[in-house]
Design a protein around this ligand. Structure first.
Ligand code: FEO
Length: 183
């Protein structure tokens, strides 16, 4: 008896998105290491934490594919992007990356609607909400930096920004605890 509840197209698209989240994790990890090497411990800590969140997103998709009786395909993760040129550029790149990921999430929502796979459509709504939060977070940090001078931020402003980032919460929610209402 076939218990697979995902179509071939949806399963393939979910597997692609799973790897995309893993790639996002690697990008945050590489930026975190870069920031740490520049001496920005607060920013590095924030980015390391975010790398873990992206890995949780990957796990959330993996668990969903398994739950629906389809095959998970773990493949190679592309290399992270090149290092940023500055702290401002780092967050610009992050914002760009999140917007790119939002587009990928929307494609999956559209596909699930076309296939009338309402379970996947519903599952993907969590990611739609999460992307709004992640874009807002990156936007707010970019706004802060813009006020402080953007690319021309003084050493003092960079120091304060890094210290502020140090104070942000260290908590990373496990994938199984996140819900549509509580991302
Ligand atoms: Fe999992 Fe930042 O998107």
């Amino acid at each position: 008896m076939n218990t697979n509840r995902l179509s071939k197209t949806i399963a393939a698209a979910l597997n692609v998105q799973m790897t995309k989240e893993a790639h996002a994790s690697q990008i945050y990890l590489s930026y975190a290491a870069w920031a740490g090497r520049q001496g920005f411990g607060g920013i590095a800590n924030f980015l390391f934490r975010h790398a873990q969140e992206e890995r949780n997103h990957m796990m959330k998709i993996l668990e969903y594919i398994l739950k629906r009786g389809a095959e998970v395909k773990v493949i190679a993760i592309p290399a992270p992007l090149e290092n940023p040129a500055s702290i401002n550029n780092c967050f610009e790149k992050i914002f760009g990356h999140e917007v790119d990921n939002t587009k990928a999430v929307y494609k999956l929502v559209k596909l699930s609607q076309e296939e009338e796979d309402w379970a996947t459509w519903n599952f993907m709504q969590w990611f739609v909400k999460e992307q709004v939060e992640e874009e807002t977070l990156a936007m707010n940090l970019l706004d802060k930096m813009k006020i402080a001078g953007g690319e021309k931020m003084s050493s003092n402003a960079l120091y304060s920004f890094d210290r502020d980032m140090e104070k942000t919460s260290d908590e990373v929610r496990p994938a199984q605890d996140v819900t549509t209402v509580n991302p």
